[in-house]
Design a protein around this ligand. Structure first.
Ligand SMILES: [Zn+2]
Length: 468
């Protein structure tokens, strides 16, 4: 059992007004809102730290069944009620603490926002206090935890935000937000860039929805919807009991982004090659260009990122490839409920003596492999599949059929060239010939089941000292 989180983003349309986007004033409102919420959060962080005994207070509660008194830490909701009581003016309670009068400092702040900043502040204050206590107990002199900051992305609870989505007419899709104009709190409509994928993801019943956050960036604004799903997955130990266990192994490489093989009862039942469709070559061309521009312009300026657009393009290409590949891997896993997904522990593909551009490109290829690994793991887990990382030693050097050490080679024309980069694998023992990446992928299963080269070796018996 575990849980997994995913985020679905909804972009607010802050483009040009003529194209139906929000005007610049509305953009300024969002900034004002974030600013005043930061200030309110700072107020509550300071308030809680001024009363440090409260967030760590132990309270006794009586359980319903046993009538027994138990001691526990004060809950966040209880703290919230207490903090509101001390700081907020109400009819029943007209005089909050004079130094901590929130209602006076932040008049008319909508209560969903007030609650969201108090909850944020509770989290920040508690983690700071516990870090501080740990540090004091550790008797170290250095590394005293600094006081918590107050900035955070605004959380939009019910009552401060609503979606008005009309799939039929995209001009009618809005997010209604309660925002601060600098003087008052008002409701405003923000046009959104909605897609049908967004709606499908947001309303998926398998995922529990949480309150969205408003993420403001230099050139964009978006609502991030977090969704949580409880996952029922067997442990690997339980899965291994199953004599007909299906394992899905993935070998990550450069030209073949992934070679996926499925094994059951000792046989490979399915093989899938995910090629890079020229990504490596394409990226290499861009690296050459970047390299040349860097060389022409001399030393890089510190703090200034050169070739911004080109890098962004390359990053996007990499991310798209990683996303697509991990999707494919997760889809294969979904076909075999209860299977185990196998990866090799990532090792770097050596960059060797290649040119600078080639080395730059290789570095990125390594990053893409890391991304594929991480994303597949997440996606597969959301569908109940656990991932195991196996010992990668020798997966590309040993024969997946008989287990002997083989060699890599390639054909150039009709000439057979033996080389470490060879695309093909040949076993001198059983004369098995195969695609090298496929061979490696099959060996990932063998490593998991500890067969052949990956057999658990018994420790040599301890040498006894001979006497006489
Ligand atoms: Zn062999």
């Amino acid at each position: 059992m575990g849980q997994t989180i995913r985020t679905t983003k909804l972009l607010l349309d802050l483009g040009e007004r003529t194209r139906g986007a929000a005007n610049t004033r509305k953009r300024a409102y969002l900034e004002e809102t974030a600013k005043i919420l930061d200030a309110a959060r700072a107020f509550y962080v300071a308030f809680l730290l001024a009363h440090p005994e409260k967030p760590t207070e132990r309270v006794t509660s009586v359980s319903d069944r046993g009538q027994q008194e138990r001691e526990r830490l004060i809950s966040a909701n209880e703290l919230l009620t207490w903090a509101e009581f001390q700081t907020v003016e109400t009819k029943e309670h007209p005089h909050p603490l004079p130094d901590w009068n929130f209602s006076e400092r932040f008049p008319d702040m909508p209560f969903p926002y007030r609650r969201s900043v108090i909850k944020d502040a509770i989290g920040k204050a508690r983690s700071y206090l516990s870090n501080l206590a740990n540090w004091r107990a550790s008797s170290k002199k250095k590394g005293q935890p600094g006081p918590p900051g107050a900035s955070n992305h605004p959380t939009l609870y019910k009552g401060a935000f609503a979606l008005e989505l009309d799939e039929a007419d995209l001009r009618q899709t809005f997010a209604r937000l309660k925002v601060y104009t600098g003087t008052t709190w008002e409701w405003h409509h923000y046009p959104v860039k909605q897609s049908r994928y967004f709606e499908a993801r947001r309303t998926d019943p398998a995922w529990e929805q949480q309150s969205p956050k408003l993420i403001l960036r230099e050139n964009s604004a978006a609502l991030h919807f977090s969704q949580v799903k409880v996952v029922q997955a067997k442990t690997v130990k339980e899965s291994k009991q199953d004599p007909h266990l299906v394992t899905v192994a993935v070998d990550l490489n450069i030209k073949n982004l992934a070679v996926i093989t499925v094994r059951q009862d000792g046989n490979i039942t399915k093989t899938l090659f995910v090629r890079d469709h020229g990504l490596d070559q394409h990226r290499y061309q861009h690296m050459k260009r970047i390299r040349k521009k860097q060389w022409l312009s001399g030393k890089a300026v510190k703090g200034e990122h050169s070739n911004r657009q080109l890098w962004q393009h390359v990053r996007r290409m990499n991310a798209a490839a990683a996303d697509k590949t991990s999707r494919t891997i997760a889809e294969v896993c979904e076909q075999y409920p209860g299977c185990v997904l196998l990866f090799e522990r990532l090792r770097k593909i050596k960059r060797g003596e290649a040119s600078k551009s080639r080395r730059l490109s290789r570095k990125q290829a390594n990053q893409v492999r890391g991304q594929i690994n991480a994303r597949s793991r997440e996606k597969a887990f959301a569908a109940g599949t656990v991932t195991v990382e196996v010992n990668p030693h020798g997966t590309s050097q040993y024969c997946s059929r008989c287990g002997a050490r083989g060699e890599r080679f390639s054909y150039r024309g009709a000439v057979r060239i033996k080389a470490r980069w060879g695309k093909l694998f040949w076993c001198p023992d059983c004369h098995y010939e195969a695609n090298a990446d496929f061979n490696a992928s099959v060996n990932v299963h063998r490593s998991f089941y500890q067969e052949g080269h990956w057999q658990r070796r018994e420790k040599p018996p301890p040498k006894k000292k001979r006497s006489g």
